[in-house]
Design a protein around this ligand. Sequence first.
Ligand code: BTN
Length: 250
Amino acid sequence: MKNEILKYLNHKLSVEYFDVLPSTNAYIKAKAACDEGLLVIAERQTAGHGRFDRKFHSPKNGIYMSLLLKPTFIGFDTTLITTAAAVAVAQAIEQLSGKKSKIKWVNDVYIENKKVCGILTEGAVNPKTQGFDYVILGIGINAFTPENGFNSEIENIAGSVFEGFSTQLMARLTAQVINNFFEFYIKKKEFLTDYRSRSNVLGKEIYVLRNDTKVKATALEIDDKCRLLVKYENGNTEYLNSGEISIKIE
Ligand code: BTN
């Protein structure tokens, strides 16, 4: 599989491939001193995690990968790494499966109302410069349905990109996501227009979930920093940052 992935990658990266890891993000964290471009891929994870420390089910037939980035050297707006990655995944899915994919602010990719991908970006801030020493971009894609189906906790919300199983499609999708991401990250190709046009929340009634509160609002706009502008029922508006807030589509 590793050689197959290398065949389709447009960039020379240091790729480490595993049958199983607790978490590819955690693995990279321990290797954060490495150069930008370390790509770690696991066939399954035993302790995959998502935003807000939620468990990310990671059985075989999915793609679990993390990429080590040092954006300080490249001058890319770090807050947009997740955004760029979501577009990279959505485009790769369409390129290889022909299926339309949508993005739920900020980091989930959907096909026909089922989540097929989650993205978790973790970084270490340098206390002196306030910039990032490194960023770990972690991407989990339900490429194919797991052999025993999705876990009961997620079976109603999760979907997969392809039917059946194909090593070649796994390898191509893995590489295509990275190739697309580098178009944005290195070549600075514009991606916010595509991000907005794929949004499945803009114009919709949503719930803003913050700590233990749940407030109804309308999603109005996504700005250039990928903040979501919402209007509450009392008429107040607010720009939401992804860090501490998640949303639920009504
Ligand atoms: C989410 O849905 O909240 C984000 C999920 C991110 C999962 C990926 S899988 C590869 C990497 N390793 C992890 O433990 N998490 C990310």
